[in-house]
Write a protein that binds this ligand. Sequence first.
Ligand code: MN
Length: 473
Amino acid sequence: MVFADLREFLRCLEEQGELARVHVEVEKDHEIGAICRKVNDHAGPGLLFEKVRGYSVPLACNLLGTKKRFAMALGTSDGALTEEWLRRTSLPPINPVLISRGACQENIFVGDGLDLLKMFPIPIWNELDGGPFITLPIVISRDPETGIRNAAMYRLQVHERNKLGILMAPYRHTEIHRGKASAEGRGLPVAIAIGTDPAVALAALAPLPFGVDEFAMAGALRGEPVEVVRCKTVDLEVPATAEIVLEGEILVGETKEEGPYGDFTGYYGAKVKRPVVEIKAITHRDNPIYHGLYNGRPPTEEQIIRGLPIEMDIARQCPLPGIRKINLTMGGCGAFNCVVSIEKQFEGYGKMIAMAVLGTWGARFVKTLIIVDDDIDPFDWNQVEWALATRVQPHRDVEIIRDVVGCILDPSLPLQERQSGRSRTSKMIIDATKYDAAEFEVPCQPRQDVMEEVTREWAKYGIGVPSGSSRLP
Ligand code: MN
């Protein structure tokens, strides 16, 4: 199933009972954030706020807030998601197709008087946020040298009616484009699409290497090309069915304090002078829908959409065989803690594959990497902890690697490094696989043939717990 736009996805969610429409009037600032916090804590439904006070534009959020809905966005199921992601991303990318007219330009506003704050219900989400934040913008730019397109998500703070602050770490692709333009004394033209077919948003979120066109990868994920139209004031293309498009440029030589903002780490981060985007044109569909996301300490939708593409792409990018399952944990913010189960080929392979995993672009935020044997389910914390408890000797199985590129939002790093962007982190490998596996003690359990018989005859005991529980293989 391929979605043509956000609206088709909303309809699908509603048909499947995965969308709640909020009919009562809500305040865009703080009230929507508070509702989202509660809904996220309970892995609740996608939300469509139909009446936001002072606005005619409705706000959709939490649409991808569970693994099930993430899978639905790609027309697959929870259980088949990783396999499908790997299959589709291994196919040749499908380049977007340029069409002459797109719904995203049904309404066009150019020049003076543009006022983002009046047009769209952009919320203040968490208490100490420095202002309203656009949280699901697909920022599109072109490499000034090669012309290759990039599309990625960055938080955007609305400073004033036509000016946005943008947070891009030094290793982010749009920042590399900005650096190249700025070295020539020019600003970087950008287009910002809000509310697209979810596959486009997920491709923009995925940790794809520099130089990969996310729209072409979105085509591979959808199995059909993304249709794009030319922007009105910048030499860029945008998804034709986007709800809202902002056109403008990242100004050369202008910065303004951005933040604080409650981000995926669960903290606000520092207020720092960051680049400014000036908006010069706004286009939108008739009756546009604004698409946002609540961000904060886990669990939220943010850790789902951040973590799952990384988790799946580590498997794709790791050059060594033997990975069985990867869990970039929710409590680890979908970024910092990772458990990988492997089929260990030979002694020493646990640490070897750990280095390969940490060498992928996808794993650049991972700080604690736990490698387990494939009899351990990385998604079952009791099993992981059992491996840590019974298969690990810290002096032998723990390695610390110092001064690797760190996440600028990681609150455990010194403030100065986070503010300057020169953040360096250390990383820990815990090899929790069996040491000398051939001689390692055998895990205890009842006799296998009796276990099988008991499972077959389970109902007769009248105990009530399901026979398929993990205690009864
Ligand atoms: Mn990129």
